[in-house]
Ligand binder design. Sequence first.
Ligand SMILES: Nc1ncnc2c1ncn2[C@@H]1O[C@H](COP(=O)(O)OP(=O)(O)OP(=O)(O)O)[C@@H](O)[C@H]1O
Ligand SMILES: [Mg+2]
Length: 471
Amino acid sequence: MSVSQAVEQRPLVLVVDDDPAEREQIARIFRREPVRVRTAANGEEALQVLEDEEVAVLLTDLKMPGMDGQELLRRAKEVRPDVQVVVITGYGSIEEAVEAMQAGAADFLQKPLDVQTTRVRVRKALEKHDLAAQNRALREQLDDLVGLENIIGRSPKMQEVFRKIRRVAPTNATVLILGESGTGKELVARAIHNLSPRRNRRFLAFNCAAVTRELVESELFGYVRGAFTGAVRDKPGYFEEANGGTLLLDEIGEMTLEAQAKLLRVLEEKEIYRVGGTRPIAVDVRILAATNRDLEEAVREGRFREDLYHRLKVFPIELPPLRERKEDIPLLVAHFLREACREYGTPLKHLEPAALEALQRYHWPGNVRELRNLISYLVLNIEGETIRREDLPEEIQREDNFENQGVRFPVGMSMDEIEREAILRTLEATGWNKTRAAQLLGIGLRTLYRKLERYGISGPSESEGSKEESE
Ligand SMILES: Nc1ncnc2c1ncn2[C@@H]1O[C@H](COP(=O)(O)OP(=O)(O)OP(=O)(O)O)[C@@H](O)[C@H]1O
Ligand SMILES: [Mg+2]
């Protein structure tokens, strides 16, 4: 048992060569080394092993039928970022070796292989692998503390988001990013791109709601001259512009059904047709989609294609609203304070404890964006270096008062009386903002109106009470 365990923990060297005799010969070089050896006859087989096991060193022939060593090198790094690739080149073909080193190979060996040199160089590559793996583990621990790619959050819900980002980023998978407005969907999309092998190519964001529904198709797929009036010349769309990179389709729920059909086609065929065009154009684009809508409901109502929905939700990432991760608020406040003070060139300000507590009690309908804007506002408008509770917007103070007070119900009150009281106090706390009160009470606005009528509740004075209804 202990012996097999020790063997299990030995680093794995994967030998790839299409010639069976050579393959065995190379494998034999490592018989006495403290490593495990596996062999593969071609690139596809090798990738399978890479996916199944943590390969430390990949020793591969460059010239192979099918997927060659260069291509394998690239794909191996995608699957196992820490793997060290040592390429075997033909005698005297130094250009190939240079090319492989530029593509990220750790080392190269020339044929015919010298046993001693091969052992030494592979040992070196193993050391490099250990170092790379350790560094990555440390980086991930650090990321857990400060957040990933400037995404702040230590709450369990955000930790889960980070885990998902890390898992999906290196792949080509389509990701559906869900969450209320201002929760950081675009930030997450950028993080996925930055942590992917496409990081050096373009990241484009296209907002499906920003242009008219008719324009979405010509913007995304481009058009050919004469496709419609005004199309005076050929124009590539976002898909072509983002080729090799990542395209975020923001507010995807706003797409027309026709555009959805075309998008589905792109996802399946990896080619597009420009509007008015007849020639397919191959595109290699990773798609990320974001929405603050309920797509499932859109599917039920026939506004969103079910097949596209299933295609998109293979990997969903759901961003929690800020009110569900209030423990992250102090961290976010510190981050935004530093950011704003640096940007506006003011000395670093801070919040008094009562102010921070009030921010933690507020329900943040605009989520992180609202918090960030508030901090910028405070940094610009408050003179001293301490931001006090009374400097905060009225509605935040009001909600804070309300939460501080709590509501007490003496024994003997009927459910109706309790409900009436709860509604009344919530309305007072929100300054008679009925939309917000309904949110806090967890009921629909129409339900609230019905109950107001039923309990005979009307605003403090009509002019004040009706002020916010016009918004
Ligand atoms: N976890 C976070 N850490 C730091 N900043 C954040 C975080 N989440 C959001 N932000 C900031 O909040 C603002 C809004 O984020 P973002 O634009 O990504 O939201 P969104 O979900 O795409 O919103 P919308 O649905 O309105 O488009 C940005 O300035 C972003 O940098
Ligand atoms: Mg957005």
